[in-house]
Design a protein around this ligand. Structure first.
Ligand SMILES: [Zn+2]
Length: 99
């Protein structure tokens, strides 16, 4: 299987954990972009600096109200983003958003 949301690996923060999940192609980051969660972080995305599926890190965030998830598989399916290697880089891809 394959996650269709992608992000250039150039845009992945230095501290963000990039991980693989068995059964899926590629490398991923897990991010929560729920508006309510971003608001709590003053507009930043919720990211994970160590493996989100170890020590129930992801569960502890995504089991809070409003995420509507049932399991880690569900979290991955709904919120993981596949990292794309920038083999061909359009110029606007180089601009880094200040997350
Ligand atoms: Zn969230």
């Amino acid at each position: 299987m394959r996650i269709s949301r992608t992000v250039s690996l150039r845009e992945v923060g230095k501290d963000e954990c990039i991980f693989k999940r068995s059964g899926y192609t590629g490398h991923h980051v897990l991010r929560c972009s729920r508006p309510e969660c971003k608001k709590e972080l003053n507009g930043s995305l919720v990211v994970f600096t160590s493996h989100p599926f170890r020590n129930e890190l992801a569960l502890s965030h995504f089991s809070s109200e409003g995420h509507d998830i049932e399991s880690e598989a569900d979290i991955f399916h709904k919120f993981a983003v596949r990292g794309k290697l920038p083999s061909r880089t359009p110029s606007n891809d180089l601009e880094r958003d200040d997350y």
